[in-house]
Design a protein around this ligand. Structure first.
Ligand code: NAP
Length: 436
């Protein structure tokens, strides 16, 4: 029987689903040793540092990850960064194949004047801040303003807007980072405006997320009924409305028709508006929007503008991948053909492969298809001694699966007295105390 060794770089959903696909494809003829390498001291990727804390159900997929991780032939190496602790060349030499599953964590820029003012930031900084990512603990997020603006009509914008507009007590029994929870409790924000540059019929929100909005207990959500009626007319004019668009429009109409309770906290949705300038002396004070019209699905900016006073603006307009030395990049993702990186034994899965789209489950079928390619390309297995020796020679401390299990238990136990699912560590040194 042949035994191949595969390195998977990135311990997020795409990486775990790639490992699962390899485990499922093993046979009496060949088996895999899978070494998963992750730059953070903890695994789970976006399930830990991306999924909103008030969406605990989505995080239950971590049970699947742990089953994969405790299957024979799997090793975890957290706190090991590709390009720093180990090079791409070393991995491609040691392993039969290297799978890049590093996602996209750089927020796209609006590219408008004033974007660098204090109080203007990307969801790529805000989301890991409230999710206790160790590198984002000190992000400066001024919440001493009554109004916040969120740019983008996708699910990340929705998460960001909800986190700002919720009554923070609703987060007390979640795993929101303690530093964020404290700041959110003291937040002066009472109105959050979300802006989509196209119409409701083009919004990238998904219906389940929209259907949650009327259930917010302490926040009035406003979507203009006229906006949805106009969107329906525009969509019908083009032809039969696609099923997912219809579900979205139905969900938005339900929000529009929900009687408002007179709550102090408000979450308002606006469409056909693009920010063109952020104004302020030392920090964000006002944002100028251009009114758009849509022709054939394309945004056309008109000459008309309006302005909104606000002290915080968060853009949630998509992500790009940070390039890894030794891996070819193109248009914010790894250059690949169906997950294969040409002329190498490198493969790519998840957002690093296809760009930042799709929900967690999308990565399952995507990774499985790439792993079939990987298997069909395999030749004779290399003699592989893994990277443990190399790391210890370099003095790189790594968190293994059993170390992670101890860390995980400590976090869960710390949360129990206050009814939280866990209290996440944010300090690398503390986390690395579990190594060895
Ligand atoms: P997304 O779904 O692609 O949405 C990005 C939004 O930003 C779109 O509305 C887009 O408008 C807008 N946008 C792009 N460039 C812009 C610009 N220059 N000015 C103004 N608006 C601009 O991306 P995402 O929200 O980052 O989400 C990424 C993926 O993660 C999605 O597949 C999402 O469903 C998923 N996700 C899922 C959940 C969940 O299941 N609960 C939670 C979070 C994220 P156009 O359409 O006009 O380009």
């Amino acid at each position: 029987m042949k035994k191949y060794s595969i390195a998977i770089v990135g311990a997020g959903p795409a990486g775990y689903f790639a490992a699962q696909a390899l485990q499922n494809l093993q046979s009496d003829e060949f088996k895999f040793q899978i070494d998963m390498i992750e730059k953070l001291p903890t695994p789970w990727g976006l399930v830990r540092s991306g999924v909103a804390p008030d969406h605990p159900k989505i995080k239950t997929v971590s049970k699947v990850f742990e089953k994969i991780a405790t299957t024979e032939g799997f090793q975890l190496f957290c706190n090991v960064e590709l390009g720093k602790d180990v090079t791409t060349e070393e991995l491609t030499d040691i392993y039969d194949a290297v799978v890049i599953a590093t996602g996209s964590d750089k927020g796209k820029k609006l590219g408008i004047p004033g974007e660098n003012l204090r109080g203007s930031l990307s969801a790529a900084d805000f989301v890991p801040w409230y999710n206790a990512h160790p590198d984002y603990v000190n992000v400066d997020i001024p919440l001493d303003t009554d109004t916040a603006l969120v740019i983008g009509a996708g699910n990340v914008a929705m998460d960001v807007a909800r986190m700002l507009a919720l009554e923070p007590r609703e987060l007390d029994t979640t795993d929101t980072a303690l530093h964020a929870l404290e700041k959110l409790h003291n937040s002066k924000i009472r109105t959050v405006h979300v802006f989509g540059r196209r119409g409701p019929e083009h919004a990238a929100f998904t219906a389940p997320e929209l259907r949650e909005l009327p259930k917010l207990e302490h926040t009035d959500v406003e979507i203009g009924e006229c906006d949805i009626e106009d969107a329906i007319k525009r969509a019908e004019f083009i032809g039969e409305i696609p099923k997912d668009v219809k579900s979205n429009l139905d969900a938005m109409m339900a929000v529009a028709k929900t009687p408002k309770q007179g709550h102090e906290r408000k979450l308002n949705f606006h469409f056909l508006a693009s920010p063109i300038e952020i104004k302020g002396k030392d920090r964000v004070e006002e944002v100028i929007f251009a009114i758009n019209k849509v022709e054939n699905g394309k945004v056309i900016q008109t000459e008309d503008t309006y302005s909104v006073k606000a002290g915080l603006i968060i853009s949630a307009i998509g992500y790009e991948s940070e390039p890894i030395p030794g891996v070819p990049y193109e248009n914010g993702k790894v250059k690949n053909v169906e997950g294969r990186v040409t002329n190498s034994n490198i493969y790519v899965v998840g957002w690093a492969k296809r760009g930042p789209s799709g929900v967690i489950g999308t990565n399952k079928s995507d990774a499985a298809a790439v792993m079939e390619h990987l298997i069909s390309d395999l030749k004779e297995p290399k003699i592989n001694n893994g990277i443990a020796k190399l790391l210890s020679e370099r003095g790189t401390i790594h968190i293994s699966q059993s170390n992670w299990e101890a860390l995980n238990n400590a976090e869960v136990n710390a949360g129990t007295p206050s009814g939280k699912p866990r209290i996440k560590f944010t300090d690398r040194k503390e986390m690395l105390g579990f190594a060895g």
